[in-house]
Write a protein that binds this ligand. Sequence first.
Ligand SMILES: NC(=O)c1ccc[n+]([C@@H]2O[C@H](COP(=O)([O-])OP(=O)(O)OC[C@H]3O[C@@H](n4cnc5c(N)ncnc54)[C@H](OP(=O)(O)O)[C@@H]3O)[C@@H](O)[C@H]2O)c1
Length: 291
Amino acid sequence: MKKILLTGVTGQVGQELQKTLVSIGEIVSVNRQDLDLTKPELIRSAIAELKPDIIVNAAAYTAVDKAENEPKLATAINGVAPTIMAESAQKLGATLVHISTDYVFNGQNHLPYTEEDLPDPLGVYGKSKFMGEQGVRNNCDNYIILRTAWVYGSRGHGNFVKTMLRLGAEREQLRIVADQIGSPTWSYDIAEHITQLLANSAMGTYHFTNSGVASWYDFAVAIFSEAQQLGFPLAIKETIPITTAEYPTPAQRPAYSVLSKVKISQTLGNYPPHWYQSLKTMLAEWRSIIL
Ligand SMILES: NC(=O)c1ccc[n+]([C@@H]2O[C@H](COP(=O)([O-])OP(=O)(O)OC[C@H]3O[C@@H](n4cnc5c(N)ncnc54)[C@H](OP(=O)(O)O)[C@@H]3O)[C@@H](O)[C@H]2O)c1
């Protein structure tokens, strides 16, 4: 039976990994109180003591805008901690799974980003995540880096879907950015595909999101349409598309962050579910949780 150390268990993806990874081995989950990733010595000693066969790092500093004012903290959690995990995994001959982001790219592409495209992060968060990727690649032989994007889920922290459901219940009109394009991705599908990669011992860097593309505006319209059918309380009457310039944020975001799923699809022999289908499943699940 393989021993798996899982970090970030209170997060969106971590919560789902706790379910999917049981098919791979025995999971030892750690939260921030058990293992604070800003403390390098604690990371080293925890891994050396536990001697896991697999480390799955689902923890991260994910506050993209806040990161602009907290570069040291974002770098410690997203850049330094994965590097130390990689060094420790290498000493044990263990596998390290690390999750990264579309924000390592500058968003100037017009075709889906492949694993071979050169990163050029726009902000502190993206830079810190790219540093983590490099730390993993340079220090560990057996690694899986999975880049994903636009994550939402029922469990764990807040996300765009939950924000839309809250705002849509309070307001009749919402203005949503329509000139950023990506692929909304359900946290369960991410966990499922990480588990499949591990089961196939498919090491390397992979892009994974749900299939299809959308703007945040498209995504919001879909959320309201499906939520209405499921009987969520909604006051929203009008969703208005706006530009990024009309909704300034501290961190610059990539305009186009579609990731190519060709490599992971060829590796696993299946194509990721469409984002609309996964959104419907997540909303039904969320409705049953909050009922
Ligand atoms: N969210 C997105 O849209 C998105 C997009 C692309 C890629 N990603 C990547 O996907 C992965 C999972 O993201 P997610 O959405 O599941 O993140 P999340 O919901 O924000 O969860 C982050 C997790 O990291 C933990 N954490 C934060 N600081 C920590 C520290 N100092 N020590 C230990 N644990 C700490 C959090 O613990 P607490 O609960 O205690 O805060 C939480 O469990 C991350 O690598 C992220 O960069 C996310």
